[in-house]
Design a protein around this ligand. Structure first.
Ligand SMILES: C[C@H](O)[C@H](O)[C@H]1CNC2=NC(N)=NC(=O)C2=N1
Length: 120
């Protein structure tokens, strides 16, 4: 199991995530980027909104996310409406963020970029 990241490690990982080429491409021109906040239990979470061009694209993304989540046995909290997906990643087993959350955030940003996002 991955260990809980310290505040300084979270800051470093977040910086890497949002300045990586894939995130630049998908989030710089949009309003949507990964943010660290807290859930109802005060645990750190990594959250992002994704916006797609159609309902079909939204569900293509959700299908890919579900298959990868099942494979890794790590499941994001998802809420969706038409072309919007709000995602939260955290590791319940440690009550905070781990490398797995950051790895998955990067993977899901790539999935969204491949499908094509709507930047407004
Ligand atoms: C036993 C099983 O692997 C664990 O309960 C997994 C399932 N999916 C999970 N998903 C998330 N997001 N965090 C977890 O800690 C987690 N734990």
């Amino acid at each position: 199991m991955s260990t809980k990241l310290l505040k300084s490690e979270i800051e470093k990982s977040l910086k890497q995530l949002i300045t990586s080429p894939i995130s630049k491409e998908t989030t710089h021109s949009s309003l949507f980027t990964w943010k660290v906040s807290n859930d109802a239990n005060k645990a750190d979470i990594l959250a992002r909104r994704f916006k797609f061009k159609s309902f079909e694209d939204t569900w293509a993304f959700l299908t890919k996310v579900s298959l990868r989540s099942h494979k890794l046995q790590h499941h994001p909290k998802l809420s969706t409406l038409y072309n919007i997906v709000d995602m939260e990643l955290t590791t319940h087993d440690v009550g905070g963020l781990t490398e797995v959350d950051f790895k998955m955030a990067k993977t899901f940003s790539k999935f969204a970029a491949k499908i094509g996002e709507k930047y407004e």
